[in-house]
Design a protein around this ligand. Structure first.
Ligand code: FAD
Length: 103
């Protein structure tokens, strides 16, 4: 599980840092459309999912304690879900990606 978590984390880092490099010089208001919009949505979609997979395995490793709301890993698992909902849900991110791919 630790190996899977590490691999997910490294993939998420690579995609996120690559995207940050690409948007670094974007002028204000230059995002939100076209290729960069699709790539941002893809990075956010992947990062949210990867975080949830990592947190799910974190809970699993902690066994019963991971299920108890008082534990830190449980708090992280519950709050991590916002990464798939906040600032555009996974479904909305997929609509953006598919919409751009189908142009
Ligand atoms: C803790 C927290 C903090 C937040 N902070 C902010 C903030 O700072 N700024 C801000 O602007 N917003 C914020 N939000 C709002 C957040 O961005 C919205 O909750 C999120 O975009 C989903 O919108 P909704 O809750 O209206 O769900 P809905 O739009 O009602 O969606 C419900 C479900 O239906 C799915 N869905 C909706 N439309 C489609 C479609 N066309 N196709 C397929 N599936 C669809 C969604 O993916 C979701 O799973 C916050 C939310 C939370 C919980």
């Amino acid at each position: 599980m630790l190996a899977d978590m590490y691999t997910d984390l490294e993939l998420m880092r690579s995609l996120t840092y690559q995207l940050l490099k690409e948007i670094k010089d974007l002028e204000q208001g230059g995002g939100g459309r076209g290729e960069i919009h699709m790539r941002s949505a893809a990075a956010a979609l992947h990062a949210g999912r990867a975080c949830m997979r990592i947190l799910d395995q974190g809970v699993q490793i902690h066994g019963g304690m991971g299920f108890m709301w008082e534990s830190e890993i449980n708090r992280l698992y519950r709050t991590g879900k916002i990464l798939e909902i906040g600032a555009g849900t996974n479904e909305v991110r997929k609509l953006i990606i598919a919409g751009e791919l189908l142009k």
